[in-house]
Write a protein that binds this ligand. Sequence first.
Ligand code: COA
Length: 709
Amino acid sequence: MENGPDIKRFFEPRSVAVIGASNVEGKIGYKLMENITSGGYKGELYPINPRGGEIFGIKAYQQITDIEGSVDMAIIAIPASFVLEEVRRCGEKGVSFLTIITSGFSEVGESELERKIVETAKSYRMRILGPNIFGIYSSKVDLNATFGPKGVKKGKVAIITQSGALGIAMIGKTATEGIGLSTIVSLGNKSDMDENDLLEYLANDNSTKVILAYIEGITNGETLLGSLKKISRIKPVVVIKSGRSKRGALAAASHTGSLAGSDEVFDSVMKQCGVFRAESLDEGFNWIKFLADTPLPKSNSCVIVTNGGGIGVLATDACEKYNIELMDEPEYLKETFHSAIPSFGSTKNPIDITGQSSAEVYKKTLIAALESNRISSVMALYCQTADFKKEPYKEMITLIHNEYMSRGKTIAFSLVGGREVEECVNELKENGLPAFKGVYEMVSCFGVLHRFSENKARREMEIAESEIDVERIENILDNALSEGRAFLLSQEAKEMLDAADIPTPKSFVARSIEEAVNGAEDMGYPIVMKIVSRDILHKSDAGGVALDLENKEEVMDAYQLIIRNAKNYDPHAKIDGIEVAEMIPQGLETIIGARRDRSFGPILMFGLGGIYVEVMKDVSFRALPMDREEVYSLLKDVRSYPLLLGVRGEESKDIEELIEVMIKVGTLIRKVKRITDIEINPLFVFGRGKGVKVVDIRIMIAMEKEVSE
Ligand code: COA
C-alpha cells in the first residue's frame, strides 16, 4: 500500500495491544499474554478486555481508545463477529498494524466480512496481517505474539508460512533441530499483507541470514518475482510449496497451456529467481540450518573424505547432480594425503582411507584436508566399522568442526550405520553440528550453498525487450474481435508476427495465374502453393497443396490443378485465391509458447517442438520480464539443448536468432494485454547465421476489451 506505515514498526513495534487478552487459562488471549510476557517483550504491552482490571499483572483497558500512549500493533483474538468494530476503533486510535488471529472469514466463505475489515483498515491507513493466523514472533524486540510454544530460540532464520498449524509445528521443529529464529510470521488469508511486504523488510534485516517460506498459493506473483530475484542475491531463500497439482486452470487452450501445469511453472520460476525449492519439510529444514551456520565455500575445490568406497561413489554421483565440482588434481591430492592415509587407500578424490583404518587415521586425514589452503570444502563420510564408539567419535567430530568452521572452512559429516551411529548423528545435530544420516541429504545442502554463491555473483541486468508495432497489432485484434473470434486466422497471425519482426515464410495470396507466376519469380524457388478457402479446412485431402515447385511452368500447372481439385472436392466452396509461399528447408523443430499464468502473469515456454512435444515434454518455463541471461538459461534448461549446439558432427544452430525471437514473443505477450496465448510450433532453427523461421503459429485473444494482469 502506498504511503502505508513503515514495515519496521510491524517487526519492531514499540507498543502492542492485545484485544481479547484473558486471564482464563486455555484461551488464545491467555496464551498470547503468556508468550508475550514470558518472552520478555521490550515495548509497552496493553491488554484490552471489556472487564478491565488486571491481566497477567498488567493494567487492562476496556477499549483500545482508552490507552493514552500510541499503539504500533494491535493483536486481535476475539470472535469474528466483533472484529470489524474493533478494527474501526483501532483506526480511531491510530494503530499502524493489525495482527488478526481470529478465524471465520474468507477461508469459510465469509469473504464479505473480510473485505469490509480490509476496507476499514485501509481507510485508516492500517495494514493487516491475517486473519486466520497464529501470530508473529520477532527476535528484534523479543516479541512472541503467537499462541505457539513459548521459549522460541533466537537465531538467524526467518520463516514465513501460509499455513498456521504447520507454522506452529515448525516452531517446535526448529527447537528440536537446534535452529534459531529471527522471526516467524503466519500469513493466513493474506487479506492485505503478503510475502512481498515481509520480504521488503527481511532483505535488509541484519538479524536474518536465511529465509524459509511455506507457500500454498501465490497472489501478486509478478511483484513476488521481483522481490525474490533481488533478495536471493543477498540472502538464501528456501521455499516449500504444497500441492503438486498437475494442471493449471486454463490448461486446454494450447500445448503451452497443457504443459504449463502450475507446479512445473512454479518450479521453473523459483529456479529463475534463485530460490531453492525443497521437496519436503525435512529437506527444507536441513537446508536452512546449513545455510544459516556454514561459511560459504571460498572456491570450487571440494574434497570427499571417506572410509567406505560405496558411500564415496554415492556422494560423487550426488555431487554431479548438484553441480558440485570435486577437486581433480592428482598430484596435489597425493602430496596432501599420502602421509595421512594407509598405502592401500586412495588419494584420488574421494579420498578413501578404507574400512580397515582406525579413528586416528580418519582424524588425521580430515585434518590434512582442512589444513590445506587450496581445499575449501570437505565432505566427511563415515561408514560404521567394528571399532566405532559413539563418544570418542562425537568428540572428535565436534573438535574438528568447531576448529575449522571458525577458520572459514565449509564442512559437514555424514555417518551411516546402526543405532549407535544414528544416536551419534542426532546428538551432534542437537548440538548444532552439520551431521547427517544420509549422504544425499548432506550433498544436497552443499548444493544449495554452492547455488547461493552463484546467486551472489549474479549481476542485475537490463530487461530484454524488442520494438514492436503495438498499434498495428491492436488493429488486428480489434478486427478479429469484431468478427467474434477469440483466435487469429493464419494471415492475421502472420501479419502480427511481421509487426513484431518475427521471421515468417514469405508468402502472398494470388488471385490469378499471372499473379502467382510473377510473385513466385520475384520470391525465388522452390515454393509451395495452398488453396485459400474458409470452406476447405483440410487442404491436403482436397488436393489443395503443391510442394517443392521449381519453376514458372510448374507454378502454372499447379495453379490450375489446385483450382480444379478444389472445385471437384466442394463445388460450392468459396475460393479466395491460392497462397504462394517460400518452401522452407527442414530445420530443428522447436516450440516457443507464451501465455498468462494465473499466479505469475506472462510466462514464456521453450522446448523441443513438433508433433511429439506433448509426449517428450521437454520444455521449460520462465516468468517475464527477463534479462538476456535468463532467456539463455531457459534454452539451456531443456534436455535437448545439446541439439542446438550440434551433435555428432552436425553444425551448431542459430542460437542468437532463436534468442531474439524468444525476446520478441515475450515482448508481444507483455505489451499486448489482450493476447492470452501465443504458440509457435514448430519454429525451425537453422545452422549458425542462417536464422530461424516460424512454420506454424496459434494466437488466442481475450474476448473482453481490457485484460487486467
Ligand atoms: N474487545 C476486547 N476483548 C473482548 C472483546 C472486545 N471487543 N470481545 C470479547 N473480548 C474478550 C472476552 O471477554 C474474552 O475475555 P475473558 O476470557 O476475560 O472473558 C476474550 O476476549 C476472548 O473472547 P471469547 O469470546 O472468550 O473468545 P474465545 O477465546 O473463545 O475465541 C478466538 C476467540 C479468536 C480464539 C476464536 O474466535 C477463533 O477465531 N479461534 C480460532 C483461532 C485460530 O485458529 N486462528 C488461526 C490459527 S492458524
